[in-house]
Design a binder for this molecule. Structure first.
Ligand SMILES: [Fe+2]
Length: 231
């Protein structure tokens, strides 16, 4: 794994209400475009709008399209329709929890908005589903997934497939790096009670590597919900 230096901009709480306030955001974007070195991406940390309405998002989105570097977004409490419904945000920006890889780093975007006035207090609340998602992400990073037991980092002569973006409900197990790029190369997903393992490795020489063999055997046992027999 190679970690390269990079910079990014964190922009947050822009609270657009109309075309006039959107114009201020456009000015901020212009400033970002003028930065040197140009940042790799922008993180927008939520509260795009003030009252979570379609109208406000309609003022913001034409400006958002003018941003010329990648943006990663999080939902803010002001982006919830009627204060609890994230549907509009999700339709525009996608899943509220997700993670991405950048230059050898795993960036975790954890949603901290809540969805239920009745049950939970307003401040510092992370939904149980978001906590579970985070757990999955962290267990993958610490390499304690059963499929990775006994699997050490190894080299492959195969090509690195462009696999991103992955669905947000996948758990990444392995990342592959070349001097040019880093991509997930093995992941799992549980769907409708079934377990799915995928790897984009599989060059004939991979099958001679004991780590690759171990991973495949572990994956078969994991998918079948059985414990591997150790010899
Ligand atoms: Fe705010």
């Amino acid at each position: 794994m190679h970690n390269e230096e990079f910079s990014f901009v964190h922009l947050t709480d822009i609270h657009v209400i109309d075309a006039e306030s959107a114009e201020l955001v456009e000015r901020a974007f212009r400033e970002i475009h003028n930065l040197r070195p140009l940042p790799d991406f922008v993180v927008i940390g939520g509260d795009f709008v003030e009252n979570g309405t379609q109208e406000e998002f309609d003022s913001f989105l034409p400006v958002f399209e003018k941003l010329q570097i990648p943006a990663y977004t999080l939902c803010g409490n002001h982006d919830l329709v009627d204060g609890i419904d994230p549907t509009l945000y999700q339709r525009i920006f996608g899943d509220p929890c997700y993670a991405f890889d950048h230059k050898g780093y795993r960036c975790i975007m954890l949603d901290t908005t809540h969805r239920d006035y009745e049950t939970y207090s307003w401040h510092g609340y992370v939904r149980p589903e978001a906590v579970n998602w985070l757990r999955g992400e962290l267990s993958r990073l610490s390499g304690d997934h059963p499929i990775l037991r006994g699997v050490r980092p190894f080299r492959s002569v195969g090509s690195l497939y462009k696999n991103t973006p992955l669905r947000s409900d996948t758990t990444r197990l392995l990342t592959g790096s070349t001097p040019e790029a880093t991509e997930p190369i093995a992941w799992v997903r549980e769907h409708n009670g079934g377990r799915v393992f995928y790897t984009s490795l599989g060059h004939p020489q991979d099958f001679r590597d004991e780590n690759f063999q171990r991973m495949l055997v572990n994956a078969l046992f994991w998918a079948a919900r059985r414990e591997p027999v150790r010899r």
